[in-house]
Design a protein around this ligand. Sequence first.
Ligand code: ADP
Length: 493
Amino acid sequence: MAKLVKNNTIKLKFDSVKNFAPAPESKKAAKIDPQYDLFINGKFERPMSKKYFSTINPATEEKLSMIAEANTADVNKAVKAARTAYDKTWKKMPTAERAKYIYRIARMIQERAREFAIIETLDGGKPIRESRDFDVPTAANHFFYYAGWADKLEYAFPNRKTTPLGVAGQIIPWNFPLLMAAWKIAPALACGNTVVLKPAENTSLTALKLAEIIQEADVPPGVVNIITGAGVTGAAIVNHADINKIAFTGSTDVGKIIQRAIAGTNKKATLELGGKAANIIFEDAPLDQAVEGVINGIFFNQGHVCCAGSRLYVQESVFNEVVRKLKDRLETLIVGDPMDKNTDIGAINSKAQLDIINKYIKIGLQEGAEMYQSSCAMPKKGFYCRPTLFTNVAQSNRIAQEEIFGPVLAIQSFRTDDEVIEKANNTAYGLSAGVWSDKGSKIFNLTSKLRAGVIWANTFNKFDPTSPFGGYKESGYGREGGLHGLSAYINLV
Ligand code: ADP
């Protein structure tokens, strides 16, 4: 299994690591219907557009189901249902009663956790370990957390009067489909708003399963409406005159379109957009832990995370050691069937996204960076990308500046604190960052100077419903999670 090599480090014989016996999760616990309609006013309804589009499993390219495509008339219907539910029911309901419904949703997600995890993995390509251990429990936790606040807003905002905003239009991306729906719906409901939510077109299934739960939980009709479709449907939500708030998570490009669309209206907005997070390793850091944190930050979940640590800055004295450790660890990562519990890196979410990632890998090579890819076996079918790292990267290189949204890491060295702060901040984004050091004073110095909404110290990609999350600069504005997440859905008087 392991042998001693010249420099006295233990080198794993990677072949044996990669030859784990398959441990696939069974698909049986998940029921996927051949076709899904729009969830409007508490009922599943055929779209007025009469159109459906297919959703596929990116790991196998097989069709999973047909999804309704909402047109403007469908959006109008959903917004009308949300407005009526807001005026007649939800706004007036005692806050403790509202809380009960939100708790019920949380418990029902827990009860059906296995089914949610399987569907999330089949529809999105992420490893079952990730959806089972992170996405689904964290989604339930968000509902629990905000249910707790629903009847305590006067304590959240002492000596202030809170009123809901009205109808919230919520548009979410494909990387954390259920979790993003929870991030958006839970605080909105807790504050007394009603919602129209649209999942991303290639990952609608868990949001539609959530609609089933909302129906079974007897949430009053129209309080939550879940409609499906692509950008045109999203734009119809954004432009609807009777929407009071837009909550969007997605690309910076679409975020800018939305900002332009709502300029001059009374609509409030929170935008959680792209990122190009810097992970910074100082020479005094616990290096093995740091390497594991970097791997977790960019390679697990295929780099499909807006806060992924896609840039790595390593202090010069430990640069070679860290890069060697990273390469060794890269070789042990298992790329393949997302339903297998041993898999570290699943499928890239779509062919279009894989093309973008491959384009950036080519750009990195053309820019003169040095590439290292794991030599792992790759599945023959489906959309997959080898975990890739680049050294010899210049700060101006596109792979160090632009969001790739894939398992691609750009590594640079630095000498001093000031240098790395300047390099880390030299990006259009500012969503997250990571600092690895043994010295608390160094960590505090950096966290106060790095322009990022979330900064992890000696860890990475940790989430909790009580912590606010959001960006600086082109990573957007507004915060989700914690008390900040509540204030995004209320008027304070
Ligand atoms: P990504 O690059 O991560 O796919 P997008 O920003 O394209 O991110 O998509 C995120 C969400 O925004 C999806 O639900 C998508 O359908 C929706 N969307 C895309 N274009 C628009 C638009 N012009 N207006 C509103 N929503 C949009």
